[in-house]
Design a protein around this ligand. Structure first.
Ligand code: GN1
Ligand code: MG
Length: 370
C-alpha cells in the first residue's frame, strides 16, 4: 500500500490537485479498472477523488475514451446550464497543466475524477423505490444525449454488444482451446447453442435496419449509479468508458440482468439465482416513461428481449474469458469466470421462459399493446 500511496501522491501533484492526501481506500467493485477512493485535505476542507488506472488490455485506445468522456460531460453540463439546473452531479475529470485529462507513464494510463459529494453506490438493490430511481437516471442519461452527434464518438470497443460476434468468438476459442479448459465446459457451450437463435434476434433486426442506434451508456450496472446519501434518489450515472452508439435494449437489458437478479452476478449457489419480476417492473417504471415518447414501437417491443440478450451475452463473455485464460475480467479465484458464466446462463434461461411475462409489464408501462 505504501508504494501505491507514493504513486497516488505523485499523481495528485501531476494533476495539480490542491492539498495533501489524508486517506486512501481501494474500490473493489468493478471488473476492469483499478480504482482508489482518495480523500485530500486543503485548507481544512476535504475533497474526495477517484484515481483510476485504466485496463489497457480491455481499452486498447484509452485516449479515445478520454476524448469521448470530455465531449459527453461537456454536452451534459452545457445542457443542464441552459435549463438552469445544477451541474454538481456531472462527472468531472481533473486536467493537468498541459490541458490533458489523463497521464501515461511506465505503469499505465491514469485519470482522476472528482467524487460527487454526498453520493453512495450500491452493489445490490432490493429497494424498489431506489431501482425506479436508477431506471429514471439511466433513461434520463439517454435523453440528455439524444441530441449528441454520435459521429463525434470513437467506438472504444468495436462490436462491444454484438452478441452474434461474441458467440462466434467463443465457439472459435472453444475449438482452439488454448488453455485446455474446453472439455470442462461442453455442457455450457451446448446450452449457449440452444439459446443462440433468440440471442441473435437483435442482430437480425439491426441487419434489416429495423433498430435505430442511439448514444447509449452500454454498462448499466446498478453500481454505476450514484445515489444521494440523504434522500436515496439517484443523482447521476458514472462509468462513461463505454458510451458509444448502441441500442436502448442494451442499456435497459444490462441493467435488468444485474439489478433484477435475486443473487449476485457471480453467485455460486445457483438455487439463489433467478429473475425478480418486481425488481424488473420497478426499473422499467423508472426507465421507460423517461424516454417512451422518443422510442419506436420496435424499440419498446425489444426491451425484454434486450434483458435476455445481455444476460446471455455476458455469460458468453465470461465463458470466453475462462477458456482463454482469464485475461479480461478481474477474477478472485480460479474458476471465477466459470461460476459467473453458470450464474448468468441460469438467469438467461429463466428470462427465456418468462419473456411473455416481461413483455406484458413493458406493454403496460409503455401503454402499448403487442
Ligand atoms: C465490466 O467495468 P465494469 O466492472 O462495470 C464490463 C461490462 C460487464 C461487466 C460484468 C468495459 O463492467 O461490460 O457487463 O463487467 N465492462 C467492460 O460485471 O467490458
Ligand atoms: Mg465499466
Amino acid at each position: 500500500m505504501n508504494d501505491i500511496k507514493e504513486k497516488l501522491f505523485e499523481l495528485s501533484e501531476l494533476f495539480c490537485l490542491p492539498g495533501t492526501i489524508k486517506d486512501v481506500k481501494v474500490i473493489s467493485h468493478g471488473n476492469i479498472n483499478v480504482s482508489y477512493d482518495v480523500t485530500m485535505e486543503h485548507e481544512g476542507e476535504e475533497q474526495r477523488y477517484v484515481f483510476q488506472k485504466l485496463n489497457i488490455y480491455v481499452f486498447k485506445n484509452p485516449k479515445q475514451i478520454m476524448s469521448n468522456i470530455e465531449k459527453i460531460t461537456t454536452h451534459i453540463s452545457n445542457k443542464l446550464e441552459a435549463e438552469g439546473k445544477s451541474r454538481d452531479f456531472v462527472m468531472h475529470f481533473a486536467h493537468r497543466a498541459n490541458g490533458k485529462n489523463y497521464l501515461v507513464d511506465e505503469q499505465g494510463f491514469w485519470r482522476i475524477s472528482e467524487y460527487v459529494r454526498d453520493s453512495v453506490t450500491c452493489n445490490t438493490c432490493e429497494d424498489l423505490a431506489k431501482l425506479r430511481s436508477a431506471g429514471k437516471a439511466f433513461g434520463n442519461f439517454q435523453v440528455m444525449l439524444s441530441d449528441f452527434d454520435a459521429n463525434e464518438l470513437y467506438e472504444t470497443i468495436p462490436n462491444f454488444h454484438n452478441t452474434r460476434s461474441r458467440i462466434a468468438v467463443l465457439m472459435r476459442h472453444a475449438n482452439e482451446d488454448p488453455c485446455g479448459r474446453a472439455d470442462e465446459v461442453q455442457e455450457e457451450l451446448e446450452r449457449i447453442r440452444k439459446l443462440k437463435p433468440l440471442g441473435v434476434r437483435l442482430n437480425e433486426l439491426i441487419d434489416s435496419q429495423e433498430m435505430p442506434f442511439r448514444v447509449t451508456h452500454n454498462d448499466t450496472k446498478i453500481n454505476n449509479v450514484l445515489f444521494d446519501v440523504n434522500t436515496g434518489e439517484a443523482k447521476t450515472v458514472i462509468d462513461l468508458d463505454t458510451v458509444m452508439p448502441g441500442l436502448v435494449a442494451h442499456d435497459f437489458g444490462d441493467a435488468i440482468r444485474f439489478a433484477a437478479n435475486t443473487a449476485a452476478e457471480d453467485e455460486a449457489d445457483l438455487s439463489k439465482v433467478g429473475l425478480d419480476i418486481e425488481r424488473f417492473r420497478a426499473f422499467a417504471e423508472g426507465f421507460i416513461p423517461e424516454l417512451v415518447h422518443s422510442l419506436t414501437p420496435v424499440e419498446i417491443k425489444t426491451m425484454a428481449l434486450g434483458a435476455f440478450t445481455m444476460t446471455l451475452e455476458v455469460a458468453v463473455r465470461f465463458l470466453d474469458d475462462y477458456i482463454t485464460g482469464d485475461q479480461y475480467f478481474k477474477t478472485n479465484y480460479r474458476g471465477h469466470n466459470l461460476v459467473r458464466t453458470r450464474c448468468q446462463l441460469k438467469l438467461a434461461e429463466e428470462m427465456y421462459d418468462r419473456m411473455g411475462e416481461m413483455n406484458k409489464i413493458i406493454s403496460e408501462i409503455a401503454g402499448m399493446v403487442f
